[in-house]
Design a protein around this ligand. Structure first.
Ligand code: ZN
Length: 382
């Protein structure tokens, strides 16, 4: 058997009642005499091919061919992956009693039928549930939420919702409060297959209280305004950075400095840098003391610059359109720079602005019943 396969042997008929019954086609039990064949139940995931799994159960060439042929109409057997589970039962007499394969939220059940095998395909039954958690910041958002039991995917969704109003890499302080509720659905094995944050708030010393609840396809605060804005709160985007550093088992707590009419984000070499708003690249090249520099022109006369990059993101060059959050380059120390950091600046028609003090009102909002529902969802967090 391959690495993560589990093998159990039961003797008919009692064993069938215990564990194999769920797996076997109806009527399969009838084949067992009191001293009849053993039923071998094996389960695992596809670290090897289906053929190898069936072979290790003692199925002969012809039976294996018939099973594969029956399945092939509905399932591409070459695409079975180590995350796809199976459960199979054989008799020690060499016959296949039943086989179940789960892939992409569908279940394929193979049963013996006259002269061969028949396959039934059905959607995996998902279970829906909701959860609500709250807590206080100790060190970082990631550590505090993880410790409280918020799954990684939900932390990232939460950070996305507030990515226009809170920089979770530099504006988080010990003692800040967070809360969120989310819906999720899981497959029969308990694996979560989707999740959606329904309401959330972040109440911080630096940030003030920010709240949001889902309505339609978007998120709105308790006054009914969309949480979306023309500019992201920071050019170092929480989700981008988290996925970048996950494999390195390192979650940076960044620092910002204000030595000039811009912001320096001290960050490790290679940290992805995102455009804070939709726009057009007007410069992506070396520029004196700035080193490798990207300039993006946005609507309404705004322009942002990103300096000292170690390299540009693929395809970023003059004239190229970029969307808010797109990675345009990576933190470095090129040009006149004493260590790896991003030099970020914003100008309005040539005049430097204090990015952290800029105030916007969202142009999108909901009213009436929608606004009431949003406010109620936020209030329910307390
Ligand atoms: Zn600088």
């Amino acid at each position: 058997m391959s690495g993560n396969a589990e093998l159990r042997t039961f003797y008919l008929p009692a064993a069938l009642l215990l564990a194999a019954a769920a797996l076997l086609p109806a009527g399969g039990c009838g084949r067992g005499a009191p001293e009849g064949p053993a039923v071998v139940v094996s389960s695992g995931t596809f670290t090897s091919s289906l053929d190898a799994v069936l072979k290790s159960g003692g199925l002969d060439d012809r039976e294996r061919f018939l099973v594969s042929r029956a399945l092939r109409k509905d399932l591409d057997l070459r695409r079975l992956r180590p995350e796809d589970p199976y459960a199979v039962s054989f008799s020690t007499w060499g016959a296949l009693f039943g086989l179940k394969i789960t892939r992409d939220l569908r279940e394929y059940e193979v049963k013996p039928s006259s002269g061969g095998y028949a396959v039934e395909v059905r959607d995996v039954e998902l279970t829906s549930a909701s959860k609500k958690l709250s807590g206080e910041i100790r060190s970082s958002l990631w550590e505090s939420m993880s410790a409280a039991g918020v799954p990684a995917a939900v932390i990232l969704d939460y950070a996305d919702i507030f990515s226009w109003s809170v920089d979770f890499l530099t504006e988080v302080r010990d003692g800040d409060r967070w809360a969120l509720s989310w819906d999720y659905s899981s497959d029969p094995a308990g694996k979560v297959v989707s999740q959606k944050v329904t309401a959330a708030y972040y109440d911080g010393a630096e940030t003030g209280r920010k709240s949001a609840a889902a309505w339609g396809g978007g998120y709105y605060d308790e006054t009914g305004d969309s949480v979306r804005n023309m500019f992201l709160r920071a050019p170092l985007h929480y989700r981008r950075i988290s996925s970048y550093f996950t494999n390195r088992r390192f979650h940076p707590v960044l620092k910002i400095f204000r030595p000039h009419q811009g912001i320096d984000y001290a960050a490790p070499y290679g940290t992805p840098v995102s455009a804070v708003a939709d726009g057009t690249v007007t410069w992506a090249a070396w520029k004196g003391a700035n080193g490798r520099l990207v300039i993006v022109r946005h609507g309404a006369g705004y322009e942002t610059t990103y300096g000292h990059l170690s390299r540009f993101a693929g395809g970023v060059r003059r004239g190229r359109r970029v969307s808010q959050g797109d990675v345009i380059g990576y933190v470095g120390s090129s040009g006149l720079s004493s260590g790896p950091h991003l030099d970020f600046r914003i100008k309005l028609r040539g005049t430097p602005l204090n990015f952290l003090k800029m105030k916007y009102r969202s142009s999108v909002s909901v009213s009436g019943k929608a606004k009431e529902a949003v406010a109620a969802a936020i209030k329910a967090l307390d």
